[in-house]
Design a protein around this ligand. Structure first.
Ligand SMILES: Nc1nc2c(ncn2[C@@H]2O[C@H](COP(=O)(O)OP(=O)(O)OP(=O)(O)O)[C@@H](O)[C@H]2O)c(=O)[nH]1
Ligand SMILES: [Mg+2]
Ligand SMILES: [Zn+2]
Length: 381
């Protein structure tokens, strides 16, 4: 009897290192079957998974039932997910039977398959139609490091997008401005970032020179999961190597002409920090289309919403009406026209997403409606 208790305590401690907690345990106990064990997806590459469990790691595939019941790609496991598995083939492999409810997830709109190209109000080419699906980039994250480099990668509009997605994830966003050594107008850039990122902590670092790493380590703790997101070449893997104090991850040089990375990291991977804590490395995303509710966009751009409410007419189109607060702010320079454009684009994307979802809600079966409900529950909406 004593022996069993000891073993169980040990088991719990091991899983805690990976971020296991009472809530996951309760979910697991609800679905538990005799030979199911809990594990965390530590790597995901094109539908192939590696799962870490209490006694080791193994390759994993999803069960036929999970596949059959999946209503969207977001129902499939993603890196960071806690799953119920059954070990097979001398424990070298496993089958994933369930994905435990996520406490947070960093999602984007899945790159469109199908659809057609049109021009949006700003003359940009966008794809409409095709699939409208949530893609989970990483799950069960506590802190999102939004990594942007201070070289030619620096782009406030992209940063706005990442902040929106990070707030949506349910995790706490932190902005990490890397390659401080490449930047000669740091205070100017920092001020610009402060202006668009109210309430988000900002850190300037140089992973190359290991400057500012100590401050990042403050976010790390036992069982805490940190996810790194940002374009290719911004230094995500380099930063993780600094946190691990070991060159575990491959890094790759950027193109000199435009600082663009070469997509060195090709899979999503969860790593344990020897002194405690968990980090998830992700490949630089080519496309970050918003998967968001309108409220989150309004929150991020609440200065613009405030201005709109000051227009003389309720239904002001901000074109020619007298007493338009938006036009006044654009003209006197208090509202950055690029920020305003980005707001309009995101409103459109969200509107499109809402339209697509509502359309499907009406036209599709109960299965689709249930999927929407689950999505909203997951996002606590
Ligand atoms: N000058 C400078 N270069 C850096 C810094 N941090 C990383 N780099 C370099 O930037 C390049 C890209 O770094 P990676 O860590 O591979 O970038 P990544 O974000 O993981 O890129 P992907 O895996 O392609 O998404 C490498 O050549 C790094 O050595 C920094 O602080 N300063
Ligand atoms: Mg990388
Ligand atoms: Zn107006």
């Amino acid at each position: 009897m004593k022996k069993i208790r000891k073993r169980e305590r040990f088991k719990l401690m091991e899983l805690n290192i990976l971020g296991w907690n009472r809530i996951f345990e309760e979910s697991f106990n609800n679905i538990k079957k005799d030979d199911y064990i809990p594990g965390r997806v530590i790597r995901e590459e094109k539908g192939r998974y590696i799962v870490q469990h209490e006694t080791g790691e193994c390759a994993a595939t999803v069960s036929g039932k999970l596949r059959y019941n999946a209503m969207s790609i977001s129902d499939f496991p993603a890196v960071g997910d806690w799953v119920a598995i059954k070990l097979i083939n001398n424990d070298d492999e496993s089958i994933i039977y369930n994905v435990l409810p996520r406490k947070s997830s960093f999602s984007r709109k899945a790159p469109v398959s199908g659809g057609r190209k049109v021009k949006d109000v700003l003359g940009r080419k966008i794809t409409i139609g095709g699939s409208t699906e949530e893609q989970i980039v990483a799950a069960n994250i506590d802190v999102v490091f939004i990594v942007m480099a201070l070289d030619d990668n620096f782009n406030l509009r992209r940063l706005e997008r990442y902040i929106l997605m990070a707030w949506n994830s349910g995790a706490t966003p932190v902005i990490v401005l890397n390659k401080m050594d490449m930047c000669d107008n740091l205070s100017e850039k920092l001020e610009q970032v402060h202006e668009i990122a109210a309430g988000v902590e900002i850190h300037c670092i140089s992973a190359l020179n290991k400057e500012g790493i100590k401050e990042l380590k403050e976010y790390i703790g036992d069982g805490i999961t940190i996810g790194l997101f940002g374009s290719s070449g911004v230094g995500k893997s380099t930063i993780i190597n600094c946190l691990l104090e070991e060159e575990q991850l491959l890094t790759g040089a950027v193109r000199e002409s435009d600082s663009k990375g070469r997509h060195t990291t090709t899979w999503r991977e969860l790593l344990l920090i020897p002194t405690g804590g968990i980090v998830i490395d992700t490949p630089g995303m080519r496309e970050l289309q918003v998967w968001s509710e309108r409220e989150a966009v309004d929150e991020l751009f609440n200065d613009i919403i405030d201005l709109e409410s000051q227009c003389k007419f309720n239904n002001c189109s901000h074109n020619t009406e007298p007493g338009c607060a938006i036009r006044t702010a654009l003209e006197d320079g208090t509202l950055d026209p690029e920020r305003y454009d980005n707001y309009k684009i995101m409103q459109l994307e969200v509107g499109y997403l809402e339209g697509r979802i509502n359309e499907r809600n009406v036209a599709y079966s109960g299965k689709e409606k249930l999927k929407l409900k689950i999505l909203k529950q997951r996002k606590n909406l």
